[in-house]
Design a protein around this ligand. Structure first.
Ligand code: NI
Length: 163
C-alpha cells in the first residue's frame, strides 16, 4: 500500500491536459493501486492521476456500487443525458463543497488494466463522479463551474481536533 501526496488547487499540474496511456506498464499498474489506496485513505469516491502529479489519462472511482471500484484508462463519455444539481467536493479542494449541475446519466468507454475495452453506465452519483474525474484529465476543477459560493465542510471544532 502506498498513499501518494494529493495535489491541491493552485498546483499548476491540475490545469494541464493528461496524456493517453498507450500500454499498461508495471508503473501504470502501480499507479492505479496507489491511486485506490490514496482515494480510500482520503475517504474520496474518485481520484484522477493528475491529482497525484501524474499527467496520464487514468481515474479511479468507487461510489460503493456492486461493480466498483472502477479503474479507467483513457476514459471518454460517449453518451450523457438528464440533469442533476447537487453538492460536489474534490480531494484537491479540501474542506470545501459547492453546487454543481451535471448529467444524471452517462455512458463511458474506457480500458481496464488488461487493455480490454469496457463500458460503464452510471446514474446519479456515479454519473457525477465520472464527469468530475474526466474533467480532471482535461485540467478542469469543479470550482470552475460551481453555482454560487463554495461552502466549508469542516466545522471549526473538527479543525481543532486535527492537531
Ligand atoms: Ni476532484
Amino acid at each position: 500500500m502506498a498513499v501518494r501526496n494529493i495535489r491541491i488547487e493552485g498546483d499548476p499540474i491540475l490545469n494541464k491536459i493528461a496524456k493517453e496511456i498507450k500500454a499498461v506498464t508495471p508503473r501504470i499498474k502501480e499507479l492505479a493501486e496507489d491511486m485506490l489506496d490514496t482515494m480510500y485513505e482520503a475517504n474520496g469516491v474518485g481520484l484522477a492521476a493528475p491529482q497525484v502529479g501524474i499527467l496520464r489519462r487514468l481515474v479511479v472511482i468507487d461510489v460503493g456500487d456492486e461493480n466498483g471500484p472502477y479503474v479507467m484508462l483513457n476514459p471518454t463519455i460517449v453518451e450523457s443525458d438528464g440533469e442533476q444539481t447537487g453538492d460536489e467536493g474534490c480531494l484537491s479542494v479540501p474542506g470545501k463543497a459547492g453546487t454543481v449541475t451535471r448529467p444524471n446519466h452517462v455512458i463511458a468507454k474506457y480500458y481496464d488494466l488488461d487493455m480490454n475495452e469496457c463500458t460503464v453506465e452510471g446514474n446519479e452519483l456515479l454519473a457525477r463522479a465520472i464527469c468530475h474525474e474526466l474533467d480532471h484529465l482535461d485540467g478542469h476543477l469543479y470550482t470552475e463551474i460551481v453555482e454560487g459560493e463554495l461552502k466549508d465542510t469542516i466545522a471549526p471544532e473538527d479543525e481543532e481536533e486535527e492537531d
